[in-house]
Design a protein around this ligand. Structure first.
Ligand code: SF4
Ligand code: SF4
Length: 220
């Protein structure tokens, strides 16, 4: 069973409680934030679970890398606090279940991830994407599953993500260009937060563009 790398002691010693104080959707001073965050840690009812818009920002606000957002999603699921309508959550859980309908290009060591969205392919065309124009993966088998952070369903991520990473790795991918930012966040933050090994390097779409523009500077 995958467990979140969350350290209660870091929060006990934390004076700023930046995770909640800096939140753009929840208005709390430090004292109030400390009290509410302790309730979340303890698994008690807290309005934070309802008020959270699942914007992901507190993962960056926490200076200790203690994964406050992932803990919130875990608690939402435990307490059946739904971050979206139940029918929508059910539809997404079913729609993105692996079903063998994936699609592959001529996959090379450098691979573009189209995640679950074929239209992302239109972002990877032209000279700046020559090296991955035909090397791509698409479908539920390669879907990062981060969407379930917005649906109070960490259990689905924990169940499906290790297999997704294995599927990508089996294609021989050594460098994965993530055309969707949530894929990048999944392999660089979410997977390590649960101790899941990611055996390939991930490159954000913007990082790839920047690198290619530098390489082609003389042609600009
Ligand atoms: S999650 Fe991070 S910012 Fe929030 S109280 Fe804990 S250590 Fe502090
Ligand atoms: S994920 Fe939730 S608690 Fe964290 S900053 Fe966004 S709205 Fe606030």
């Amino acid at each position: 069973m995958l467990e979140l790398k969350f350290d209660k002691k870091k929060c006990a010693d934390c004076k700023a409680v930046s995770c909640l104080v800096k939140c753009q959707y929840i208005d709390l001073n430090k004292t109030e934030a400390k009290k509410e965050w302790q309730k979340v840690i303890n698994g008690e009812d807290s309005f934070v679970l309802d008020a959270c818009t699942t914007c992901y920002a507190c993962e960056e606000y926490c200076p200790f890398g203690n994964h406050p957002f992932y803990l919130i999603v875990e608690r939402q699921e435990e307490k059946n606090v739904l971050a979206a309508p139940r029918a929508l959550i059910k539809q997404w859980v079913n729609m993105c279940a692996p079903s063998g309908k994936f699609m592959l290009g001529d996959v090379k060591e450098k691979t573009a991830s189209l995640c679950f969205m074929p239209r992302l392919g239109s972002l990877a065309q032209g000279k700046l994407f020559e090296d991955v124009a035909t090397s791509w993966i698409l479908g539920a088998e390669f879907f990062c599953n981060a969407v379930y952070l917005h649906f109070s369903r960490m259990s689905v991520i924990k169940e499906r993500l290790p297999k997704v990473i294995e599927n990508i790795s089996k294609q021989g991918t050594k460098e994965l260009i993530c055309l969707h930012d949530e894929c990048y966040a999944t392999y660089n933050s979410l997977a390590p937060a649960y101790g899941i090994d990611v055996p390939f390097k991930t490159i954000h779409y913007m990082e790839h563009l920047y690198q290619k523009l530098k390489e082609n500077k003389s042609g600009i």
